[in-house]
Design a protein around this ligand. Sequence first.
Ligand SMILES: [Zn+2]
Length: 258
Amino acid sequence: MRIFLRLSFFVGLALSSFGSFAQSNSLFAPFDCRKHAEYFVEVAVVETPVIDSSSLIMIEPELVLEVDTINGWREWTYAENFTYGKDRGTLSMITDLSALHPYFRDRILTLIAKCKEQGIELAVVESYRTHAKQSEYKNMGRKYTSSKAGRSKHQYGLAVDLVPIVDSVAVWDNTALWRKIGVTGEKLGLRWGGRWRKPYDPGHFEWSSGLTSTQLTAGYFPPVPKQNEMYPCLDEDLKLLRKYWKEWETSQSSITRK
Ligand SMILES: [Zn+2]
């Protein structure tokens, strides 16, 4: 199936500067909306043609998107405890940016790119978080979280924890470095946990446009700027995301019960 794809700046940026992210990122690229059942592969033609200057022939680059709506959640990257030098409990941390709300994910990809321009390499410590994982943090004490299950933005794909990597090591305690990262995130409209005291959480970025936990729990998501142009399939994507989140919840809560 051939369809036109409106390739957004952010996705373009992601594809060009994040080889490793490109595949997972394309999952939620702005896209002709999906009326598909279980597994589908689509070939999209990028709307802006590339002109080959030597022959002046228009080349249509193709982008192959494979989406497995049944088992896609199993392909998300995750990290085990102490990966970034800290005790973060026994349940795995989901680190895949595809696990985030598409608009927020693109803000984070931009943050990572902007930091890279400043010579700062960032790693994703945790993106989406299950209720089971949030409960584990809650039980680990106040320096981990002040939010009980259901109250963290991580549980709605609207928060992420990052850490700068210097010489292959996660650097948690460089205040000046955190500040650079934090200010860069704030310029992108993100809320930065480095402004907080209880707990001070400089690796945490979130976006909720002022929506409360109660509204999020009730199933609302923040309004997305230019949704129709940039994220025409947002509703479909969020529906699929919720399905993946539920699968992770089932998987992690079964570990907790053992
Ligand atoms: Zn966080």
